[in-house]
Ligand binder design. Structure first.
Ligand SMILES: NC(=O)c1ccc[n+]([C@@H]2O[C@H](COP(=O)([O-])OP(=O)(O)OC[C@H]3O[C@@H](n4cnc5c(N)ncnc54)[C@H](O)[C@@H]3O)[C@@H](O)[C@H]2O)c1
Length: 260
């Protein structure tokens, strides 16, 4: 295997691993030799993914986890340390969207939920992951933000505010831990055909999945939304053992949307 994509023996923690980006990333890393610590709210789906990976020979710890609960985030880190003795890589991926609407209709509850899951979920992860990584003097962290964290997002005010906060946390953490040999970056995908989009009310509003994809693709010069593997491939590049000097970055993977 090319050493740039060889994760043999690395312990990788992923939140939101029951479906979407998190599940696909877990599968790709398992195929490249990683040990996995996986968390998700959807316990049954998570356990099904974990069983399949274990059957293929991967060492997996899978835990029910609500990232808005700090103890659950700590338990994932503890699981990595107790089972594998170290935490090499952490991917703070779990996140939620909200029903789109004009800013004056976005409720306080929607803002609260975005804050608890999309912002505090990342902060709780960072707190415990960095505590472990500072002791071992190495680590790589990837936060899954969004294009909504890099610019205004019409009809997505609370999500956009939360994802901007994720970018701020990423840059701040990166600067604070750089001398401990820990890299922290964020990935900022454009709309992607994961269940967050394909099973959302965007589809019922548009009439069909194809019509929803058409409508969403107008924001990208490539005139299509992303496929999950197009984002996960960049996650692998950002996590690569060969990527040793990049930190504090929020990387857009967006079919050219941010180039306009
Ligand atoms: N799909 C997109 O268009 C897109 C674009 C940009 C960014 N993102 C971000 O990518 C990340 C992954 O999204 P996805 O597209 O794979 O979505 P998804 O809905 O397909 O998967 C998200 C996973 O996170 C889990 N999750 C949700 N809340 C959780 C919580 N509180 N605790 C633990 N797990 C929780 C869900 O159960 C699910 O398994 C999210 O942070 C999302 O905001 C997605």
């Amino acid at each position: 295997m090319d050493k740039l994509l060889d994760f043999t023996g690395k312990t990788v923690l992923i939140t939101g691993a029951a479906q979407g980006f998190g599940e696909l990333l877990a599968r790709e890393l398992a195929a490249r030799g990683a040990h996995l610590v996986l968390g998700d709210l959807k316990t049954d789906a998570l356990m099904a993914v974990a069983s399949e990976l274990k059957a293929g020979g991967t060492k997996v710890v899978a835990l029910h986890c609500d990232v808005s609960n700090e103890a659950h985030c700590q338990a994932l880190v503890d699981g990595a340390l107790e089972t594998f003795g170290q935490l090499d890589i952490a991917v703070n991926n779990a996140g939620i969207a909200h029903t789109l609407g004009p800013i004056e209709t976005i409720t306080n509850d929607m803002f609260d939920q975005q804050w608890q899951v999309n912002v505090m979920g990342v902060q709780f992860g960072l707190r415990h992951q960095i505590t472990a990584m500072r002791k071992q003097k190495h680590g790589v962290i990837l936060n899954v933000a969004s294009m909504a964290g890099l610019g205004g997002t019409p009809r997505g005010a609370a999500y956009s505010a939360a994802k901007h906060a994720v970018v701020g946390l990423t840059k701040t953490a990166a600067v604070e831990v750089a001398r401990d040999n820990i890299r922290v970056n964020a990935i900022c995908p454009f709309f992607t055909a994961t269940p967050m989009v394909t099973k959302s009310d965007l589809v019922s509003h548009a009439g069909s999945l194809e019509q929803a994809k058409d409508a969403l693709s107008r924001g990208a010069p490539m005139r299509r939304i992303a496929e999950p593997e197009e984002i996960v491939n960049v996650m692998l590049m950002l996590l690569s053992p060969g990527n040793t000097y990049m930190t504090g970055q929020a990387i857009a993977v967006d079919g050219g949307a941010s180039a306009i």
